[in-house]
Write a protein that binds this ligand. Structure first.
Ligand code: TXA
Ligand code: MG
Length: 361
């Protein structure tokens, strides 16, 4: 059984809820991605409100990036630490050049991969509220390809600071229902653009030193694809070597080893270790395979799930958070997950599962 129950709602315990935003709670409007819904989203954003918007990766919690009060609300609503800087979403590269000190490598990569699931980190120009960059010297910029996100950017005319639209540390939302389950009473509206195509967050590439581009967070766009299409190798092992921002702001995102986590504990195991566990596990354990296992395995336990029918990594990424949320909202006490390979096309999947499995420190 791997079907998703769309009506599944996650019950958060009181301790997992962010503090209510100042100014009281909201009845969150669900906006259709039509002319009327887009106009309402733009009106709310113009007034300094927060609106969750779909992107091709995950839903983002958007605010006018130039509005300091609105940006602060993002941190309050998400219960996000102030040291964790936000990604700024722009309509195009020209808008990005007004916020960051551009270089040739930024030009080259954005010409090929924007709009799309690539976030770049560059020195900023000092024209954004300091909270956006967590008082650090660099800014993360992304130009989303989702037509609804693009339409909002076009209508508002300002860049949008938008982290994933979930309480800090929890799984990112890939549907409007996920947004409502986590932040429904705390934000003005969510634009419902359906399920996100990618399902995991963008790749973040540090371009501050164009001679040594570094991968800060793996995503749907892999270093291998970047090399294939541009000849540029983005070093996945170099991230920790980059000097941290003097302010203490995180240079590498979700650098907290535990992040993107369900409430149910996860145990990551190699493929060969799962079968013996299946035979001994009780009904409080769920098993998550990377691809559909043979019938002989499926019949061994009542709670077996899989991310992809036949080992397609894109499908697995697309399903990851939705399926983990579904399992998390069920009765299980533990999720045993088959570990994907750490490199190549499954790099982002491996990264998110490792963080989801990390123990809270
Ligand atoms: O796909 C995505 O990137 C989604 C959608 C909504 O665009 N956004 C997203 O945002 O994943 P968020 O806040 O959940 O993760 C952004 C990460 C943060 O963990 C933060 O540490 C990092 O980006 N980040 C932001 N600014 C940075 C900077 N100047 N230098 C290094 N990392 C930065
Ligand atoms: Mg996030």
């Amino acid at each position: 059984m791997n079907g998703l129950d769309n009506s599944a709602k996650i019950a958060f315990s009181a301790t997992n809820q962010p503090a209510p935003p100042r100014g009281g709670s909201f009845v969150c409007q669900i906006l259709a991605p039509d002319a009327q819904g887009l106009a309402e989203a733009a009106r709310l954003l113009n007034r300094g409100q927060l609106v969750a918007i779909p992107t091709e990766t995950v839903y983002g919690l958007a605010a006018n990036a130039f509005d300091q009060q609105a940006v602060r609300q993002i941190f309050v609503v998400k219960n996000r630490p102030w040291i964790d800087p936000l990604i700024v979403h722009v309509a195009n590269a020209a808008e990005a050049t007004r916020l960051a000190v551009w270089n040739d490598l930024a030009q080259r990569l954005t010409e090929v991969f924007w709009p799309g699931p690539l976030t770049i980190v560059l020195p900023h120009r000092g024209n954004l509220p300091a909270e956006v960059t967590a008082h650090g010297p660099s800014v993360a910029l992304r130009c989303p390809s989702h037509e609804v996100a693009q339409a909002v950017l076009q209508r508002t005319g300002f860049p949008l600071a938008a982290p994933s639209a979930n309480p800090f540390g929890y799984l990112s939302p890939t549907t409007a229902e996920h947004v409502l389950a986590g932040l429904g009473g705390r934000i003005a509206a969510v634009l419902d653009g359906g399920p996100c195509a990618c399902g995991v967050e963008s790749a973040i590439v540090d371009l501050r030193d164009p001679a040594r581009p570094g991968l800060l967070r793996p995503g749907p766009l892999t270093p291998e694809t970047i090399r294939q299409q541009t000849g540029v190798w983005v070093d996945a092992d170099q991230a920790p070597a980059h000097a941290p921002n003097p302010s203490g702001a995180q240079v590498a995102p979700g650098n907290l080893s535990r992040h993107y986590s369900p409430h149910t504990p996860i145990q990551l195991v190699c493929a060969g270790e799962i079968s013996p566990l299946l035979q001994t596990a009780d009904s409080h354990t769920a098993f998550l395979f990377l691809q559909r296992p043979p019938e002989g395995i499926v019949s061994l336990h009542p709670s077996i799930f899989w991310l992809s029918a036949n080992g397609n990594w894109q499908e697995a990424e697309h399903q990851l958070y939705a399926l983990l949320r579904h399992i998390d909202s069920s009765r299980f006490q533990k999720i045993v997950v088959e570990s994907p390979p750490p490199e190549g096309p499954a790099r982002a999947l491996h990264d998110r599962l490792q963080r989801a499995a990390a123990k809270a420190s």
